[in-house]
Design a protein around this ligand. Structure first.
Ligand SMILES: [Zn+2]
Ligand SMILES: [Zn+2]
Ligand SMILES: [Zn+2]
Length: 237
């Protein structure tokens, strides 16, 4: 429950910060706050896996301590809270990595609650105490997969990995007959759907008078086709 509110708080803070107007020296704005939040939420989900396993082992080692009926009620209340928050989060933008990380957190909590409830029911009727550990391992594998997805996409953005296929964009630009080739290409994502690009563009010397029109077309085409909203090109000949 503690990590539950923590994940929501981190995501909410990130939404507030990223919508703030950034001071002059923060030239890329505060947009990355949401990517950082997703990264932190991804990490805490991974940490919660250790907790899930620890709790299952603890229940297995001290089976007499648990009062199954009370534990069931706690698990069911937890599940209901998770489902409600999950539904609220589902209304948000599905491509937003920050909201997605909070949603995955809720989903992970819900899944472990379901596993605990199923475990209790099985233990209640069969006294198979080991079932708890088996379920915890299955849940952990599923949750780890979700968390790794979140971590991978947030790390890619933080490491300035190109969200587009560099070779494809290069070939697309070089299809223009006035452009000989482009090099030193950088494409990065500031935050979701906000792509930037810089490159050196070698142009045909004989068509230098077309320079302005060429630049205009280049920017227009890249925005239309690849959603690259900001470019800086250095022309060479
Ligand atoms: Zn460069
Ligand atoms: Zn160059
Ligand atoms: Zn500019």
């Amino acid at each position: 429950m503690f990590t539950h509110s923590f994940a929501l708080l981190i995501s909410l803070l990130a939404i507030i910060i990223s919508s703030k107007k950034a001071p002059l020296n923060k030239t890329f704005g505060y947009y990355r706050a949401e990517v950082l939040a997703a990264f932190i939420n991804g990490l805490t989900i991974i940490l919660s896996i250790a907790w899930i396993i620890y709790e299952a082992v603890e229940r297995f080692l001290n089976p007499n301590i648990i009062d199954i009926k009370t534990a069931m009620i706690v698990a069911i209340i937890g599940l209901i809270i998770n489902i409600i928050t999950g539904f609220i989060l589902m209304k948000g933008d599905k491509n937003n990595v920050n909201l997605k990380s909070a949603f995955i957190h809720m989903l992970s909590d819900a899944l472990s609650s379901v596993a605990i409830i199923i475990g209790y029911v099985i233990i209640y009727y069969t006294s198979w105490y080991f079932i708890d550990i088996i379920l915890a391992v299955i849940v952990s594998i599923v949750i780890a997969k979700w968390a790794i997805d979140i971590l991978r996409s947030s790390i890619n953005t933080l490491m300035e990995t190109s969200p587009l296929d560099i070779t494809e964009v290069k070939e697309f630009i070089e299809r223009n007959k006035n452009i000989i080739e482009i090099h030193d290409v950088h494409i990065w994502e500031i935050t979701q759907d906000m792509y930037n690009m810089t490159a050196h563009v070698k142009i045909d010397k004989n068509h230098l008078d077309n320079y302005e029109e060429l630049l205009h077309h280049l920017n227009h085409d890249l925005k239309e086709k690849y959603k690259i909203v900001h470019t800086t090109f250095q022309f060479e000949w």
